[in-house]
Design a protein around this ligand. Structure first.
Ligand code: C2G
Length: 129
């Protein structure tokens, strides 16, 4: 069984996230999503609208997602890849190159971001109305 992992906040879930998750799942048979905890989001200087528990519950309802774990820090990726026996690490290409250190543990794939949508765009445009 080919296992894939990806990381993110996945706040205000939108079609750009779904595009990423669908392509990530297509790279294997089992997709793990490490979703940023509220504390880790603070480290990323991001504040999610939905809590960790609610973002986790939403992701677990997605057909492409097989398992959701917590992302608590920047350092856990190597241990996650090893502990979960992951074959492929996937991220959107806004992260291009940032996780190449994982190449000694698994395949590293950066997928083109979906243009025209982002959580920030949603928030900004809603504020303008
Ligand atoms: N994404 C995308 N297209 C968009 C928006 C997001 O492909 N229009 C991808 C991002 O590239 C990322 C994933 O969807 O791979 C989740 O995006 P975010 O929730 O914004 O995640 P981020 O804050 O980038 O967290 O350790 C890694 C970090 O936790 C990544």
């Amino acid at each position: 069984m080919k296992k894939v992992i990806t990381y993110g906040t996945f706040d205000l879930l939108h079609w750009g996230h779904i595009n990423l998750l669908q392509r990530a799942k297509d790279l294997g048979d089992y997709l793990i999503v490490a979703i940023s905890s509220d504390e880790f989001n603070a480290l990323k200087e991001k504040e999610a609208y939905h809590s960790f528990e609610n973002r986790k519950m939403i992701l677990e309802a997605i057909r492409y997602v097989d398992e959701v774990i917590a992302e608590d820090n920047w350092e856990q990726k190597v241990t996650d890849v090893q502990a979960h026996d992951v074959d492929v690490f996937v991220m959107g290409d806004d992260w291009e190159g940032k996780f190449d250190f994982l190449k000694e543990y698994c395949e590293v794939v950066y997928l083109p971001r979906t243009e025209g949508i982002s959580t920030t765009k949603i928030k900004t445009e809603l504020l303008q109305n």
